[in-house]
Write a protein that binds this ligand. Structure first.
Ligand code: FPP
Length: 252
């Protein structure tokens, strides 16, 4: 059977910049292994790539950048790697928060805060409080995050509201769920980028990505730079987003 070549029709009247981009930063370990370096070196270079990504996002006119920093599943890694990651995250907040604030970045952290290191919790509160009124770019950091767990927490809050008589169960719809998610008030991601070639969502923004476009890059996260970011956006611009409706050509 031969598969016909389907032309991708660019959507809209001109270059569209995604409002919200999510990034699954994958491949730090492989980047290090390929160079005979310890995994922590890959994570350290990963933080540098994150700095580049945040800067580029602001320059490219993206309004929300969500990054998958630590998943609920990552805790099963060896103790030393977890402690290296925590050290890098704490250092990132201490060293970069002032610059992020100066650049107009609003930091928002999503994920389960129960049982996380009190020092990290303090840094999260500090970052969110300091940057709360900034509006150039919202940097959403998924920490101790899992999409299924987030949806379960939202369902729990909805059930509590219903039990307390604050909400009529008959009125629950997709918008109600949206309002109870950690990402309440944020637009859904238009584009999800994953590095290192894996074709998986890995429990990242499951609900919110219903109509996101996926771009998978064949490079490890520490090598991500502005050129790679622009390439992903160019790919996004070639897609014909239909949100379950008809493509522009068929509608005309
Ligand atoms: C994936 O590489 C990366 C991670 C699990 C961690 C991502 C974290 C950072 C870049 C650290 C910084 C975050 C903040 C907020 C400062 P991997 O280890 O899964 O790589 P592999 O699949 O090649 O082993």
């Amino acid at each position: 059977m031969s598969i016909p070549d389907i032309a991708v029709v660019p959507a809209g009247d001109g270059p569209v910049t995604p409002v919200h981009v999510g990034i699954i930063m994958d491949g730090n370990g492989r980047w290090a292994a390929a160079r005979g370096l310890p995994r922590v070196e890959g994570h350290r270079r990963g933080v540098e790539a994150l700095r580049r990504a945040a800067r580029a996002a602001g320059e490219l006119g993206i309004k929300v950048l969500s990054i998958y920093s630590v998943s609920t599943e990552n805790w099963s890694r060896p103790e030393q790697e977890i402690s290296d990651l925590m050290m890098l995250i704490k250092r990132f907040v201490r060293e970069d928060l002032a610059d992020l604030h100066k650049s107009g970045v609003c930091v928002r952290v999503i994920g389960d805060r129960d049982g996380i290191d009190p020092e990290i919790l303090r840094l999260i509160t500090e970052a969110e409080t300091l940057t709360r009124d900034n509006d150039k770019l919202t940097l959403v950091v998924a920490f101790n995050y899992g999409g299924r767990q987030e949806i379960a927490r939202a369902v729990k809050r909805i059930a509590e509201d219903a039990a307390q008589g604050r909400l009529d169960p008959a009125t629950v719809d997709a918008e109600t769920v949206d309002r109870h998610l950690d990402t309440a008030g944020l637009p859904d991601p238009d584009l999800i980028i994953r590095t290192s070639g894996e074709l998986r969502l890995s429990n990242f923004l499951l609900w919110q990505s219903a109509y996101a476009e996926f771009v998978v890059l064949p490079l490890y996260w520490p090598d991500f730079d502005r050129t790679a970011f622009e390439h992903a956006i160019d790919e996004f611009r070639k897609r014909d987003r239909r949100f379950g409706g008809l493509e522009a050509r068929a509608r005309a």
